[in-house]
Design a protein around this ligand. Sequence first.
Ligand code: TRP
Length: 460
Amino acid sequence: MNEKRSSVHGEWSSGLIFILAATGSAVGLGNLWRFPYLVGENGGSAFVLLYLACILLVGMPIMIAEVTLGRKGRRSPINSLRLIARDEGVSQQWALVGWMGVVAGVLILSFYSVVGGWSLFYGFEALKGSFVGISSDEATGLFEGLVADGPTVLLWHTLFMVILFSIVAAGVKKGLQRAVTLLMPLLFFLLLGLVVYGMTTEGFGEAITFLATPDLSVIDGGVFLAALGQAFFTLSLGMGAIMVYGAYLPQQNSIPVSSGWIVGMDTLTALLAGLAIFPIVFSVGLEPGEGPGLVFVTLPIVFGEIPLGTLLGIVFFILLSVAAITSGMSLLEPAVAYLTESFGGSRVKSAATMAVLIWLVGAACGLSLNAWSDITLWPGKNIFDSLDHVASNILLPLGGLFVAFFVGWKIRTNTVAAELDTHNHHYLFLLWLWATRVIAPAAVIFIFLNATGLLALISG
Ligand code: TRP
């Protein structure tokens, strides 16, 4: 029998805190910035439909699998995977999946920090009263002016990284836990208010049509892949973030129930963001396919129009920055936990090492929108978009695929069942097990083949 390990980094004080922290990880720029602009770029409701299918069939099973691995291993993803593989008598090379996650985390956090910097900048603009009576052209100009201005982008990216570093360096209990408890519900209610405002605008009907009447003809391999990548991105899956948070989950709390709450709240937040933003898009005659500026162009227009708009704008962009920070913490945590374990060293040093590395890559992302816009890494994509594409659409689903395969096929079913504590829910356990063994991997492989055109080749 395996002994139960305990976490060397501390534990959440309760299961509820885990749910809050993991929801803080899941809910972030992925919901409020990335989701709406991907919906706009990929033709609206057909994308939403695929996204929801990926959440349910791929995201939910893999979320449970990741938390299970984390709590079983009680270490950073790299060491958890290594220890579990050793206990189960399978190749310790499975730890490579943890390494891949660290790489994905660095790539994602690099551009994430740039966008986090944009939200800090917008909070500051709100404070200056820049949104009062702003027209849609002016709002577009404000965003375009920001991204074209390399030094300003770098300044806010730096500020974002400094804030993030200070919190992560403080550790699980003092840092991570404190930041999430209060602010997440506040963001949620503000978003709800924006949706109610959206209902009063003339674009609301068009927005509902756009979001809820699927035009299946727009679906191609690329739309599929984008929906899958977004499902992983928004749930923080595929790179060990949820796994490392699971490592700090007290033994008595239910993994499936917690996962259900996290997935539910994250999905709800994304849909609310869509409902808040698209009515404005259609009311003021913007293009849904506007791209990464979508949330930053639309919301200032709202805050410029409504009573107390300046105040609400300040609060909203501060909360968006906080949401980005609670997500960024989880992108950093797998690597920081690993370094802390390896060098027996201080969290502060580990966090500083990672922060400097990510700041550098992030600076390249920031400059790739202006001074370095001619440089392409992935064909046709600048540095920023290349990192996003490679990490979100390739590395995360690949990481998820390996996790599903490892938990579904390599670990003894008894080990998994014991960690999930499923005595009274035998059928639900089997449902999850086969979703993890077959459905989730099959979906990821199908979407990969489809996106590379290999599926068309195979089927002739
Ligand atoms: N889920 C977060 C968001 O939607 C971003 C994030 C945090 C993330 N941790 C992650 C994405 C791990 C992928 C992997 O903003």
